[in-house]
Design a protein around this ligand. Structure first.
Ligand code: C2E
Ligand code: MG
Ligand code: MG
Ligand code: MG
Length: 292
């Protein structure tokens, strides 16, 4: 009897696994088609200085414009893009699209702020990333300091020499670095000394209950202090309400990002949020011919 039950359980799991494999294959095929047809779009989420309320950056966030499903969020497909290596081609498109967008905001008379782009580990495995980024920045006349590479702790902790060379190459080029989802990865902090970054982005899991949970509050205030001590900026992710904002302000967190401050939006929404460049009246510079 028990043997038979075991057999059924086995068959159940096998059916379940087959269904999952089929789903995965289906998604993979759809993604390959999406890459060919360029079905992706970038949204952007502003980051705010919590003292002045000024926009101090925008993060590019990938979406899939699926013909039937509509706008698909990245957590549904980014893992598969990484596993299959498709993230390298899509990553080039992301980089190019975001930099062209930055130039278009500037051409539309908007004040430029640093642009953060998320990178997957796979993208650093090719040395060509350095020349690619350098070319895209030059083509769009963008100061390298305006591009911020967002990576997770595990990428910076990696002992892969090829990856390290690319990271150092990008740093030498003058790009900014931010550690994404900070606090959720490995606990060894020595890597911050070897590879100093500009920003620590505190994972939203610690921000969620910050006002009620003493443990989260302690973790967040410690990260904020550590960033200060190391000369880095602290950025809170997932700021969803006034109590979180209040806590972060009180504890000296520099920057914040979240739906309460501004949800991600398309390029037009961001253009409307960016300050117009202060135009100097021409008369201040040019000789006034007809002033007597
Ligand atoms: P992430 O880089 O940590 O991005 C922050 C995520 O939090 C975004 O999710 C954003 O929409 C979401 N978010 C913003 N405000 C709030 C809030 O107040 N509350 C909550 N709960 N969430 C908020 P999204 O756009 O779904 O992206 C999820 C993840 O997918 C990103 O996490 C990043 O790891 C990855 N990803 C997104 N775009 C790219 C990309 O272009 N390349 C790569 N490699 N990964 C990307
Ligand atoms: Mg990010
Ligand atoms: Mg994050
Ligand atoms: Mg993330």
């Amino acid at each position: 009897w028990s043997k038979q039950q075991g057999g059924n359980t086995y068959h159940f799991y096998q059916a379940e696994m087959n269904a999952q494999a089929v789903e995965r294959l289906k998604l993979e095929n759809e993604l390959r088609r999406a890459v060919k047809r360029k079905e992706f779009v970038l949204h952007y989420q502003p980051q705010f200085d919590l003292n002045s309320d000024a926009i101090v950056g925008v993060e590019a966030l990938l979406r899939w414009q699926h013909p039937e499903l509509g706008l698909v969020p990245p957590l549904k497909f980014i893992g598969l893009l990484e596993e299959t290596g498709m993230i390298v081609a899509v990553g080039e498109w992301i980089l190019e699209t975001a930099c062209v967008q930055l130039r278009q905001w500037r051409d539309a008379g908007r004040e430029l702020v640093p642009l953060a782009i998320n990178f997957a580990e796979r993208q650093f495995e090719s040395a060509e990333l350095v020349s690619l980024i350098s070319r895209v920045l030059q083509e769009n006349e963008i100061d390298p300091a305006l591009l911020v590479v967002e990576v997770t702790e595990s990428v910076l902790m990696d002992n892969n020499d090829a990856v390290t060379d690319v990271l150092v190459g990008l740093k030498d080029m003058g790009l900014g670095f931010a550690i994404d989802d900070f606090g959720t990865g490995y606990s060894s902090l020595g890597f911050l000394k070897n590879f100093p970054v500009n920003c620590l982005k505190i994972d939203q899991a610690f921000i969620r209950d910050i006002a009620a949970d003493a443990g989260d509050a302690a973790i967040v205030s410690t990260i904020i202090q550590m960033a200060d001590t190391l000369g880095m900026r602290s950025v809170a992710e997932g700021v969803e309400g006034p109590q979180q904002l209040e806590f972060l302000r009180t504890h000296g967190c520099h920057f914040g990002q979240g739906t309460y401050l501004s949800p991600p939006g398309d390029a037009a929404m961001i253009a409307a949020l960016l300050a117009p460049v202060a135009t100097v009246a021409p008369s201040a510079h040019e000789p006034r011919a007809n002033v007597s």
